[in-house]
Design a protein around this ligand. Structure first.
Ligand code: F3S
Length: 390
């Protein structure tokens, strides 16, 4: 792999251990995927922020990097942590809080933005055709498919290294020839809501692996529904990008058909119980946009959250600050708008949550394993009908 003189000096350790180790991570990765050079990125987004999934050894590596003066050279944002300090902090043991706060402190020392969200594009939208090094799979698919930016699905360490070097190896989704569609998906049924877009993603992810589909036949498309589709595609497959409702310009490609029955079966499989009174109803995987919070507040209709059920809406601090009136409405009904956290990488078992109802296919897919919870998968409207009384 070709390195500039400056990059070589970094590799040889002239700019300190933190830069050297990060350069070595990127060069190793580049060599593995036959990249010929490094290219500048406009932002990095790091996953692996929650202490629950990170554990102690990676946290020590972060501490060493920060101590050795590692500094982000580009805008660098962070995925959610394991709890919302305001609502859940005091319900968790002190040692968990301390370990988590220490991780955040190291990132902040290195100049990372305390975004703590999986939707960094709501804070600052990357430009079309800009190169990124993002590690959150749902955000990667959204960036490539909806925003028109270019990013591979980074792992935690490579996104971290890219943030500190300000560059990424030029391979995969950074190259135009790898962004061509190579399979056609014909959806033969009308999708009625965001949950069905999620179910489609779960179904297709298993079939497509790392292919790039053109998905035809989608009706009533919105950015929120595409966000659910992309998050779910990346949950069961290695899909990093999709096109929708467009035509392939030339060449024959493989074609698959999706029928109503495929989605019905997938949706049913995402529920592990028919529990009518879940411990938690959760909306916000991926994190909610301002529009979604506005919609939820409207649907609450001044009703009250049922006793014995928690209602969480997850988003970033950035969006919550801009949603003040809607937040008040949701809270008045007994719900919580939580920030900075992801339910899947949170300590729900410690909080006594055994059943989770959600409109997110990604959460429904992971919660039985990662949260040891039963799941009920349903569209937003149905989640609210279950949550509210009066
Ligand atoms: Fe975001 Fe967590 Fe879902 S990081 S995409 S809320 S699993």
């Amino acid at each position: 792999m070709y390195l500039t003189k400056e990059e070589e000096r970094t590799y040889d350790g002239e700019y300190g251990w933190a830069n050297q180790i990060c350069m070595k991570i990127l060069v190793r990765l580049g060599e593995l995927f036959n990249a010929t050079r490094l290219i500048p990125i406009s932002s990095a987004h790091v996953a692996g922020v929650s202490y629950k999934t990170l554990g102690d050894a990676p946290a020590e590596f972060l501490q060493a990097l920060a101590k050795a003066d590692g500094k982000a050279k580009v805008r660098a944002t962070l995925n959610p942590q394991s709890f919302d300090p305001e609502y859940l902090g005091r319900r968790l043991p002190k040692h968990i809080r301390e370990k988590q706060l220490n991780i955040l402190k190291q990132f902040e020392k290195m100049g990372f933005t305390r975004s703590l969200t999986c939707t960094p594009y709501y804070l600052e939208k990357p430009k079309r055709d800009s190169h990124l090094a993002w590690a959150e799979s749902s955000a990667v698919v959204y960036a490539n498919s909806v925003l028109g930016a270019w990013t591979n699905r980074e792992g935690g360490p490579s996104a971290l290294a890219a943030a500190i070097i300000g560059k990424t190896p030029d391979y995969g989704m950074h190259r135009a020839e790898n962004r061509q569609s190579n399979i056609l998906v014909d959806v033969k049924t009308s999708l009625r809501n965001e949950a069905e877009f999620g179910a489609l993603g779960i179904y297709l992810g298993k079939i497509l692996e790392d292919k790039i589909p053109i998905i035809q036949g989608l009706n009533d498309v919105s950015e929120v529904k595409l966000k659910q589709l992309g998050a779910a595609l990346a949950t069961t497959g290695m899909v990093n990008m999709f096109y929708h409702n467009t035509r392939r310009e030339r060449g024959e490609i493989e074609k698959i058909i999706v029928e109503a029955e495929d989605l019905k079966r997938t949706s049913e499989e995402l529920s592990t119980t028919a529990e009518v009174k879940p411990d938690l109803v959760f909306i916000g995987c991926p994190h909610c946009s301002l529009d979604e919070i506005r919609k939820i507040a409207g649907l609450m209709d001044d009703k009250k959250v049922r006793a014995g059920t928690e209602f969480w809406v997850c988003t970033s601090c950035y969006v919550k600050e801009r949603a003040e009136d809607y937040v008040k409405k949701i809270e008045k009904s007994g719900g919580c708008v939580l920030t900075d956290m992801c339910t899947i990488v949170s300590w729900t078992e410690t909080l006594g949550i055994k059943t989770i109802m959600t409109n997110s296919a990604k959460t429904a897919y992971y919660a039985p394993t990662l949260n040891k919870a039963e799941t009920v998968f349903a569209p937003l409207k149905q989640c609210l009908d279950t949550t509210l009384e009066g």
